[in-house]
Design a protein. Structure first.
Lengths: 106, 122
C-alpha cells in the first residue's frame, strides 16, 4: 500500500497568512494526488485534483504543486472560512489512501 | 440540485449486518464511478470501496473484502454498501461519494453525501 504522510499535523495561523501543507508519498504517485478540506461535522470537499488543478468553485487562494512523491497545498491570504482540516489523497493505486490530515486553526 | 442523500446506519452488534444507501439526484448517475469513504471517530479518512458505472468492476479495502459489498442500481440512481460480519473497528461515519475518474480522468471524489454513523458495539 502507498503511505501518505502529511506535515505538519497541525498549525496555527492568522487571517491573511500564507500557509503551506506538505504531503509525501511512500512511492511515486505521478500527479494522482488530490487535496480535500473538511470542517467539523461536515463531509470533505475537493479542493485540488491532479496535484495542481483547482476544482470548480474553489477560491484562487488555494493552489497545489508537486509530482512524484512530494506535494504541497498552499493557501495564500488565509480567510476565516479556511480554518479546517486538510487531507491529501493518492489515487495512483488501490487501496486509495489519504494522509493523516493537517488541522489549521487560529 | 446536484446531491447525494444517504440513509441507513445505526447501532449494530459485532457480527451483525447493516445496509447503507445513497440516493443521487441532479446528475447522470449511471455515467460515474461511485465510492464509499469512512471516518472513525476523531480519526482521518479511509477509502472503503469503489464501483464502476455498470457495476461490473468493484474495488475494496483489504480489511473489508469478503465482508462488505458495494452495489448500485442505475435505474433507481442509488448506491449501496452491504456490510456483514461487522467488527468494532468498523465503527465510523460512512460517506458515499461521486468519482468522475478511473478512465479518461484521474480518480477523485468531487461530490459527497452527508455521512451516516455506523456504530458496532455490544
Amino acid at each position: 500500500d502507498i503511505q501518505m504522510t502529511q506535515s505538519p499535523s497541525s498549525l496555527s495561523a492568522s487571517i491573511g497568512d500564507r500557509v503551506t501543507i506538505r504531503c509525501r508519498a511512500s512511492q511515486s504517485v505521478s500527479n494522482y494526488l488530490n487535496w480535500y478540506q473538511q470542517k467539523p461535522g461536515k463531509a470533505p470537499r475537493l479542493l485540488i485534483y491532479d496535484a495542481s488543478s483547482v476544482e470548480s468553485g474553489v477560491p484562487s487562494r488555494f493552489s497545489g504543486s508537486g509530482s512524484g512523491t512530494g506535494f504541497t497545498l498552499t493557501i495564500s491570504n488565509l480567510q476565516p472560512e479556511d480554518f479546517a482540516t486538510y487531507y491529501c489523497q493518492q489515487t495512483y493505486d488501490t487501496p486509495l489512501t489519504f494522509g493523516g490530515g493537517t488541522k489549521v486553526d487560529i | 440540485e446536484v446531491q447525494l442523500v444517504q440513509s441507513g446506519g445505526g447501532l449494530v452488534r459485532p457480527g451483525g449486518s447493516l445496509r447503507l444507501s445513497c440516493a443521487a439526484s441532479g446528475f447522470s448517475f449511471s455515467t460515474y464511478w461511485m465510492g464509499w469513504v469512512r471516518q472513525a471517530p476523531g480519526k482521518g479518512l479511509e477509502w472503503v470501496a469503489s464501483i464502476r458505472q455498470n457495476g461490473y468492476d468493484e474495488k475494496y479495502l483489504d480489511s473489508v473484502k469478503g465482508r462488505f459489498t458495494i452495489s448500485r442500481d442505475n435505474a433507481k440512481n442509488s448506491l449501496y454498501l452491504q456490510m456483514n460480519r461487522l467488527r468494532v473497528e468498523d465503527t465510523a461515519v460512512y460517506y458515499c461519494a461521486r468519482d468522475p475518474g478511473w478512465e479518461i480522468l484521474t480518480p477523485r471524489f468531487d461530490l459527497w453525501g452527508q455521512g451516516t454513523l455506523v456504530t458496532v458495539s455490544s
